[in-house]
Design a protein around this ligand. Structure first.
Ligand code: COA
Length: 272
């Protein structure tokens, strides 16, 4: 476990867990926390963990940017303002492009930058009771630093603009219907639900997880015809990287009727 001042990082085999750890400040994102996250994500990437879970300590996921330390205090010194906030953009970008699967475990408050962290993760497991808000309009600005991009890429226009323009909150239960969360469970079941999702993911191959994400993202920017070419090129790349495991192991095993791919995963042999 790596102990940073505002972040706890645990690496356990294929799983890395990062806990935003400023519960007394509802895990809002201070300059120190931003620098800690730059380092923590680099540490996880170097370990090639398959799954990264991001969680919040105490009763909050994250109350977003530290409004005092990131905005108010450095405001009159533009150079300092930029220096303080740059690491935030660096780790948000790293998280958005992370090679491993990112899972946000949203236990409680998720405002502004906290909402953004969840939105740029691949999978979100939320507590039904969690409370989300794009609160920026309540203090006179719009969601910045990628927050507008992230809410616009998760919700329909009518829903997105309603929440950005009013600053009204929604619950984790509503977040599922709005496209912000993958699933919501009662807070009491949140740990167990995240464990289940993690177990499903770590049972898959590292290369196929990474390629699935990569091909998904890229295909959104392509025509259907371009995507067919891209997907087939990437398919052969994956096949080579895994020593053709899908044919040599998985489909041979299926031919022997050892498993049903509709319901189970094959037993990995080339997990690169
Ligand atoms: N920036 C700086 N400090 C924050 C903060 C933030 N985003 N969110 C919470 N805090 C601080 C509070 O000022 C308070 O500090 P104090 O103990 O020194 O007084 C402490 O965290 C606890 O917050 P409190 O408001 O007492 O907790 P709560 O559980 O009653 O309410 C919130 C939680 C999240 C609803 C409320 O703190 C809040 O509205 N925060 C701002 C959320 C926001 O607009 N974020 C957008 C950022 S982009």
């Amino acid at each position: 476990m790596s102990q940073y001042e505002c972040v706890d990082l645990t690496i356990d085999g294929d799983l890395a867990t990062v806990v935003l750890n400023r519960p007394e400040k509802r895990n809002c994102l201070s300059p120190t926390l931003h620098r800690n996250m730059v380092d923590a994500l680099n540490e996880v990437a170097a370990e090639k963990c398959k799954v990264l879970v991001i969680a919040g300590a105490g009763d909050a996921f994250s109350a977003g940017m530290d409004l005092e330390q990131c905005f108010l205090e450095p405001f009159d010194d533009p150079e300092k303002f930029n220096e303080i906030n740059q690491p935030c953009f660096e780790w948000f970008t790293h998280l958005r492009n992370f090679p491993g699967v990112t899972v946000a475990k949203v236990n409680g408050w998720a405002f502004g930058g906290g909402w953004e962290i969840a939105s740029i993760c691949d999978i979100v497991v939320a507590a039904e009771e969690s409370v989300w808000g794009l609160s920026e309009i309540n203090f006179g600005i719009f969601p910045g630093g990628g927050a507008t991009w992230s809410y616009a890429h998760n919700m329909t226009r009518k829903q997105a603009l309603y929440y950005a323009l009013t600053g009204n909150t929604l619950t984790g239960k509503q977040a599922v219907g709005l496209g912000l969360a993958t699933m919501a469970v009662p807070l009491a079941d949140l740990d167990a639900e995240v464990d289940k999702v993690v177990a499903d993911l770590v049972g898959k191959g590292r290369a196929v997880l990474r390629k699935t994400k990569e091909v998904y993202e890229k295909s959104l920017q392509m025509t259907f015809e371009e995507s067919i070419d891209w997907e087939m090129a990437k398919m052969w790349e994956l096949s080579r990287e895994t020593n053709d495991d899908w044919i040599r192991t998985a489909l041979k095993s299926f031919a022997k009727r050892e498993f049903k791919p509709g319901l189970q995963s094959y037993k990995l042999t080339n997990d690169v």
